[in-house]
Design a protein around this ligand. Structure first.
Ligand code: NAP
Length: 240
């Protein structure tokens, strides 16, 4: 058995160590989105494959027998590629996806980033924790000030009409998040329903401060084998 883990999440990292402990041969793959990713077990590679055909080629060339899509719940393109490539290469695929946070009545739910962007109130100061790649969706809102938290301090101007980056590497405590939102005089928090334990603190902080919370729903995933925990992914792999 040789497992390719499409990574980029804490769960992928945990799975890599669990596979190593179980003596299973593995390769982990990262998109290369962060400058200093946390270490993982197994052989590693970084960068895109060149779409689903490139991934299918990689699978065949490296004798991969099982594919795990442990990418972020919002990495929809990679999940579609994984689905297609597993079919082409005819190997089993499992999606390891952490559960979404249960919706709360005080959250304003939006189908995607564009819907959240267009619903923002004029004149608001908005905290974006939706990632650097999401900022284009807010580019038309020159009547809103954005504070966009990102992990890496990269060169280049702030890409939105009004606002600034805030550099910060998680985890953050609720107390820290309260201070961040307070200091920046935030009116609205925009978050994606990433789920998991890391990341809920900003939501709790916004609730504590009585701010508006705009929550973006998850994109749809291809149908297929799906588990929610590292243990279940390991169990699925060892019985497949
Ligand atoms: P995406 O839109 O679904 O994928 C864009 C392209 O990036 C893919 O088509 C693929 O390029 C490449 N890619 C993505 N994940 C890869 C992986 N694990 N290994 C090799 N190539 C990969 O993904 P995204 O939203 O930009 O996220 C990029 C990565 O960051 C993902 O691995 C994800 O797990 C991680 N991440 C994303 C978020 C988020 O909010 N979206 C949050 C935390 C971490 P090719 O088509 O050339 O193969």
């Amino acid at each position: 058995m040789k497992v390719l883990v499409l990574a980029g999440t804490a769960e992928a990292r945990e799975l890599s160590f669990a596979l190593e402990r179980a003596g299973i041969d593995l390769i982990t793959s990262l998109a290369g989105a962060t400058e200093r990713p946390a270490p993982m077990a197994g052989a590693s590679r970084v960068g895109g494959f060149g779409g689903a055909p490139g991934l299918a080629e990689f699978i065949k060339a490296n004798d991969v027998s099982h594919l795990v899509d442990a990418t972020h719940p919002f990495a929809a393109q990679m999940s579609r590629n994984a689905h297609e490539a597993a079919e082409t290469a005819q190997i089993p695929l499992v999606q390891l996806v952490r559960p979404a946070w249960p919706e709360k009545p005080n959250w304003h739910m939006h189908d995607d980033l564009a819907a959240a962007a267009s619903a923002l109130p004029t004149g608001a100061t908005v905290f974006l924790s939706t990632g650097r790649g999401s900022l284009a969706a807010f580019a038309d809102r020159d009547d809103v000030t954005f504070i966009a938290r990102v992990i890496d301090d990269l060169p280049g101007p702030f890409p939105l009409p009004k606002g600034r980056f805030q550099i910060g590497k998680p985890p953050f405590s609720v107390q820290e998040e309260v201070a961040t939102l307070n200091d920046a005089k935030i009116d609205v928090l925009v978050s994606r329903n990433s789920g998991g334990t890391g990341g809920i603190e900003k939501i709790l902080a916004a609730e504590h401060l009585g701010l508006k919370i705009f929550m973006v729903k998850r994109p749809s995933m291809p149908q297929g084998n799906r588990v929610e925990t590292v243990d279940d992914a390991l169990a699925w792999l060892t019985k497949t």
